[in-house]
Design a protein around this ligand. Structure first.
Ligand SMILES: [Fe+2]
Ligand SMILES: [Fe+2]
Length: 375
């Protein structure tokens, strides 16, 4: 990671955000290689169920599998000319009613274009994030020392393959193709895979990236009227809630045994990841596509008043309580609490953590479970 001292950089400098984007764009790239520095570990201790919570999660995962090809209504017609994606009412006001906004004069047609492109962009980043999860979980199978965690992670590899499959199919068949990966997201995924400490894969992917994804999926799921997407997200969320729980349950044990300087490295890693994720929501690629200057728009977004950023902040609603549960918020001198206060997301610290919440989303035993007959 490169942002270790938040006092050495201005986290709200638009130039920093735009520079990262410029340095990381190769539009012709098809394959992207990242050096994975971690050791692959065999364990000869095959005692299943030594970690009861992980074992329970593994058994649940085996029963909750679904088929992306046959369990979703792919014949649903999505007409982008009439489709109205979920929008953030605060953003609409800030974009279109504000004379300082680069979008101030946009008419209804142009506003619809922004909505549709933002929707495509979001779904595209979901797709790329899912591939990041696929690679990270395969890495966890190799690097985690416990057999119960290897078993569980193997089910997650299948889950993530299914998620890549359904988001890829949705963006291609219903949205006319995907945007490339956002440079901030790509950098974050590179950093997570590159790290040689096995627990950092968990912290980066299972807690930070998947925690944000779970909140974002939940928001779109509860607001969209598009039946295919709604069902797709319901199924994906059932899996993701288990994935975040896997991260929390595994890391609790590891962090309990760490000294303060090791914990501080984890706090810094978590904050760097949070910042990369916030930066990606500037969605520069969308502004370029609708003909708005990226620098003007990023500057405008960074200047958005605190009270209007409610939806942006909500994306951290799963991450902050999980960091608290892991003891990362207040360890040492409360470094991470201060940083989450800086970026305005500390308000979520007392929300429900995800260690047990996955039960509500479960496809067999959760609320409105579609596979209740398997119980
Ligand atoms: Fe996923
Ligand atoms: Fe996941």
């Amino acid at each position: 990671m490169t942002i270790t001292d938040p006092h050495a950089i201005d986290i709200n400098d638009p130039e920093r955000i735009l520079e990262i984007a410029k340095a990381n764009v190769d539009p012709d790239e098809v394959l992207h290689a990242v050096k994975d520095n971690a050791d692959a570990l065999f364990t000869w201790d095959y005692g299943k169920g030594q970690r009861a919570a992980l074992d329970k999660l593994y058994e649940k995962a085996k029963r909750s599998q679904w088929n992306g090809t046959t369990d979703l209504p792919w014949d649903t017609d999505v007409d982008l000319d009439t489709y109205e994606p979920t929008t953030d009412p605060f953003e609409l006001e800030y974009f279109y009613d504000n004379p300082d906004s680069p979008l101030y004069n946009f008419d209804d047609k142009k506003r619809h274009e922004v909505d549709i492109e933002s929707f495509k962009w979001s779904l595209s980043q979901f797709l790329h994030g899912e591939q990041g999860a696929l690679l990270c979980t395969a890495k966890i199978v190799e690097t985690v020392p416990w057999i119960d965690a290897k078993y569980y992670a193997a089910t997650q590899v299948v889950d993530e393959a299914r998620h890549v499959e359904v988001f890829s199919r949705y963006t291609n068949e219903k949205l006319g193709g995907a945007y490339p990966i956002n440079p901030h997201l790509r950098l974050l995924l590179d950093e997570i895979i590159n790290d040689d400490r096995w627990d950092m894969t968990y912290l980066g992917m299972q807690i930070m990236v998947e925690g944000l994804a779970l909140a974002a999926f939940g928001f779109v799921h509860s607001t969209t009227n598009e039946p295919l997407l709604k069902q797709l997200l319901r199924y994906v969320m059932a899996d993701e809630a288990r994935h975040v729980a896997f991260g929390v349950l595994s890391l609790q044990e590891v962090y309990d045994g760490m000294n303060s300087s090791e914990i501080r490295e984890r706090q810094e890693f978590a904050f760097d990841a949070a910042l990369r994720m916030r930066d990606r929501f500037m969605r520069q690629e969308v502004w370029e596509r609708v003909g708005v200057d990226q620098r003007d728009m990023v500057t405008h977004l960074l200047a958005m008043p605190w009270e209007m950023k409610a939806f942006q902040r909500l994306l951290f609603a799963k991450i902050v309580p999980n960091c608290r549960k892991l003891g990362l918020l207040d360890a040492g001198d409360g470094w991470l609490r201060d940083r989450f206060t800086d970026i305005g997301v500390i308000e979520f610290e007392n929300y429900e953590d995800t260690a047990e919440e996955y039960v509500n989303f479960d496809l067999v035993e959760g609320d409105d479970a579609p596979f209740a007959d398997r119980a």
